[in-house]
Design a protein around this ligand. Sequence first.
Ligand code: FAD
Ligand code: NAD
Length: 470
Amino acid sequence: MSNPINTTLLIIGGGPGGYVAAIRAGQLGIPTVLVEGATLGGTCLNIGCIPSKALIHVAEQFHALQGYAGDSPLGIRAQAPELDLERSIAWKDGIVKKLTTGIGALLKKHKVTVVQGWARIVDGKTVDVDPVAKGKAGAPQRIRCEHMLLATGSEPAALPFMPFGGPVISSTEALSPKKLPKSLAIVGAGYIGLELGTVYRKLGVKVDVVEAQDRVLPAYDADLVKPVHKALKSLGIGLHLQTQVLGLAEDGKGLRIQPPKADEQVLSAQQILVAVGRKPRSRGFGLSSLMLDMDGLAVRVDDRCRTSMNGVWAIGDLTGEPMLAHRAMAQGECVAEQIAGHVRRFVPAAIPAVCFTDPEVVTAGLSPQQAAAAGIDALEGVFPLAANGRAMTLESTDGFVRVVARRDNHLILGWQAVGRGVSEFAAAFGQSIEMGACLEDVAHTIHAHPTQGEAIQEAALRALGQALHI
Ligand code: FAD
Ligand code: NAD
């Protein structure tokens, strides 16, 4: 074993949680070592948020051009487009490379020591790092620390009766296809199933989505997902709701499903994408030896991201839902600042969530149903994008913005929107809730015209009974 490294903060995992914690710790002058076994940037930059959004853009452009090859109301006529998939994937990989290299540079700038390899926990203050093989295996590197931050993320959940391999793929393979399948069956109409299902369909693949619940995106409220459901149908995606997956077809070329009140069927498909959630990565590197309090596979943390062991912290997907990159980043910052002696807690007023379907869905804070369930007497204001001029000029009138606020003092509790491009509303939604805005604050803020953002103002006005454009 080589000489041990001694440090104040040791971070295991260089995803958005781990690398942001490391950068902030570096800014605060905390000696920091970050261990990463794969590539800096984690799931998000390499096989998650960024590559999926890149392919969504490719598919959107391709699909729009296809529209112009037909009968376009815009008066544009184009030849049928062709797709050079190899180039699309290379473009996507180029963005990933640029961003992950950038993380390396930022860590260097902030004097963070990056150790490449897989960490194995020895005890709450010690890990051994097995070097990532470059030709031959080297001796493990021991690292001792005062604080250990666990940020090992998550991995795709498999169906026990249909493990990954052969035609059964996870999002990782779906994001780097060598060739598009003719047909794709997707298990799970959640984030991944619908974002990637839309990509594949827009690129010309026959897509079927099988969902156990009675609607797509069951984590969101029913009204919000209606425009998404409608758009998926009009794209020609087969939706099989309240349907059980029984397994692979006997010839391996399809999926056996059990629809409600009907006989078992086989959906023919060249590939099957299983997108039934992700599980925290808490096994296989000695974490169980720490005997931390757990919630299933997730490490349990308090409102300061402390685990049940003194000096051991955990953030991001490893700590369970919501498994979102911006939550992991915010937790990472919070931990670094506490180690520097700041008084911090992780108690956000809202963690926005976006599903990058077409139309997009964005939420922050409470829905009307959640406010009612919490016993709050709430008002709501809904403004349809059909009444917004900018939305008309963008051909994106199917959708709405909704605000939820306390009836007594008009404090804003939540926002929801569905529509093309509404993911960008996440900033305004998050800020208004975090800053404790009331309906009047938003209603009396001048919103630039013509923008889709005017629908945010109009939703607040409508909740006050003062909507101007409806
Ligand atoms: P991760 O990003 O998973 O990083 C953990 C890192 O730890 C990995 O790099 C791993 O190699 C490393 N590691 C694990 N064990 C060890 C060990 N023993 N030693 C050394 N290194 C180790 N979220 C959003 O907010 N918006 C999106 O649009 C979005 N899109 C997504 C699309 C897809 C297809 C997927 C799969 C996920 C998406 N997510 C999205 C979720 C997002 O990627 C995660 O929430 C986020 O990456 C979690 O960050 P993390 O730091 O907790 O873990
Ligand atoms: P998900 O939890 O979003 O959706 C899983 C879906 O699968 C659910 O609708 C569930 O009812 C369904 N399901 C579960 N078991 C099933 C079965 N046996 N048969 C049929 N349906 C079944 O999970 P995901 O889409 O795999 O995404 C994983 C996580 O990654 C998300 O929870 C999210 O945290 C993150 N993610 C976020 C984004 C984003 O922020 N835009 C995008 C992609 C992924």
